[in-house]
Design a protein around this ligand. Structure first.
Ligand SMILES: Cc1cc2nc3c(=O)[nH]c(=O)nc-3n(C[C@H](O)[C@H](O)[C@H](O)COP(=O)(O)OP(=O)(O)OC[C@H]3O[C@@H](n4cnc5c(N)ncnc54)[C@H](O)[C@@H]3O)c2cc1C
Length: 423
């Protein structure tokens, strides 16, 4: 059986390795850490989640819920690992990122069909190769593979706070709209506290500009200070919206900051939607204006990164760059943890089809996998940009009520995927 090289032991690379190993292929999995680190990875573990520890909603009327359901049907490696490393997060699937990455590393290392090689790969070799080097790919390999054809966007990471530095007397546990268990820690602000926070935020210093600062910032990862600069009210309709908590502080509640547990012991909390590129000292000073955080110890500061991706519709055929090289994960232009996992599995399936001289896989158009495949073909936008899965990518059906329509899309997609895999 042909040996397959996979470059990058992140979400897409490990999914691809796991898929191919199960089918009896021998895989060399190359990971550059600890020899070289991206600006966002901090460990040498495989499958490190670089920002949020959430794999988003589990609900049947959510796009992330559907994508997870399809990943499970496809026997996703990381969906199984996520169950084992789960932390409480209401209706979302969130994980203890350290346990998640440790379990992934242990399983991959134990797999007799996978050889893990710690090396910065600068060019592809003779074997069939899946490049899954992610948005923070080492540049030398990118230049060799794509010349000057890579594109970029900018996004940012949220800070993480030590639990024992939070004033829990000024916080409350609740799920917005009480849809699920009260797992989120909410930090309320009244109007004058919000005004103070807001003024400090928009006047705070940003980190020394990188050469890439004038590039496009990805809308969903917009730094909090950039959102705030759009207007005094913007945060109140975004990450600080005070809605869904009518039983708590009804008189004075003006804004809310939400925190999600970072680990199973709940010794650290991630601030939801607070990605930032402020200077570290300014981050500390601004966050400490939130009443429950006046003594906050910041375990990980927010930061900003340039992400690379390729113009997949122009240079790939499905996920194939040429007869030997396939592109997986976010480098191909999907966006998000779940999407990267899916685009790891689909790249592996395509490599398998090419090696075995089988027809190339087309996922059913009613599924999230099918929608992502069509996104990579450039079907949804004139200007290609990294894309996450959403229900608008599925064929429309006239059904009254948004929630009902989404549930219908969910069931229709799951059925189509089951049929596709013969389940
Ligand atoms: C700063 C930042 C924050 C993000 N936050 C979120 C978030 O909160 N939620 C979300 O859903 N998505 C987020 N994303 C988007 C994205 O889903 C993740 O980056 C995801 O990890 C991408 O998966 P991947 O497998 O394509 O790449 P990665 O998981 O980054 O894996 C790529 C791997 O390849 C290795 N590598 C790179 N170059 C080489 C080389 N030449 N040789 C050998 N190894 C190499 C890297 O070390 C890494 O381990 C974020 C992205 C970034 C950059």
């Amino acid at each position: 059986m042909d040996k397959i090289d996979i470059i990058g032991g992140g979400l897409a690379g490990c999914e691809a390795a796991h898929y191919l190993s199960k089918r009896g292929f021998n895989v060399n999995l190359f990971e550059m850490r600890p020899n070289r680190y991206s600006g966002a990875h901090t460990t040498d573990l495989l499958g490190e989640l670089v920002c949020s520890n959430s794999l988003k909603s589990e609900q049947l009327d959510s796009a992330a819920g559907l994508l997870k359901a399809e990943l499970r049907l496809m026997d996703s490696f990381f969906m199984r690992i996520a169950e084992l490393s789960r932390v409480r997060a209401g209706s979302a699937l969130a994980v203890d990122r350290l346990i998640f990455a440790k379990l992934a590393t242990e399983e991959i290392t134990r797999d007799p069909n996978i050889t893990l090689i710690r090396k910065v790969v600068e060019e592809v070799g003779e074997n069939f190769t899946i490049a899954a080097t992610g948005p923070l790919s080492d540049e030398t390999l990118l230049h060799k593979l794509f010349k000057d054809e890579t594109l970029h966007f900018v996004d940012a990471i949220s800070p993480v706070i030590a639990a024992d530095s939070i004033n829990f007397d000024l916080a409350f546990f609740a799920d917005r709209y009480a849809k699920a268990e009260a797992d989120y820690l909410n930090l309320p602000l009244n109007k004058s506290e919000f005004e103070l926070f807001y003024d400090a935020l928009i006047h705070a210093d940003r980190a020394t500009p990188h050469p890439f600062e004038d590039e496009a910032v990805f809308e969903r990862c917009m730094p909090i200070e950039s959102l705030a600069a759009r207007g005094r009210e913007t945060l109140l309709y975004g990450p600080m919206k005070p809605v869904g908590f009518k039983d708590y502080f009804p008189e004075t509640l003006y804004a809310v900051v939400q925190l999600r547990a970072e680990n199973q012991e709940r010794t650290a909390y991630n601030i939801v939607g607070f990605q930032t590129r402020l200077k570290q000292q300014d981050q500390r000073e601004v966050l400490r204006l939130i009443p429950a955080l006046t003594q906050a110890e910041i375990l990980r500061y927010g930061s900003i990164h340039r992400n690379s991706y390729i113009n997949a519709p122009d240079i790939l055929n499905h996920q194939r760059l040429n007869d030997k090289v396939f592109i997986a994960g976010q480098l191909a232009g999907v966006e998000g943890y779940l999407e990267s996992m899916a685009a790891g599995i689909s790249a592996a399936m395509e490599a398998e089809a090419v090696i075995k001289k089988l027809p190339v896989v087309n996922f059913p158009h009613l599924t999230a996998f099918g929608a992502l495949q069509r996104h990579l073909a450039g079907e949804f936008a004139d200007k290609y940009q990294p894309g996450s899965f959403h229900f608008g990518m599925l064929p429309h059906e006239k059904i009254k009520g948004r929630a009902e329509r989404k549930k219908f899309y969910y069931s229709r997609a799951v059925e189509a995927m089951k049929k596709f895999i013969g389940a």
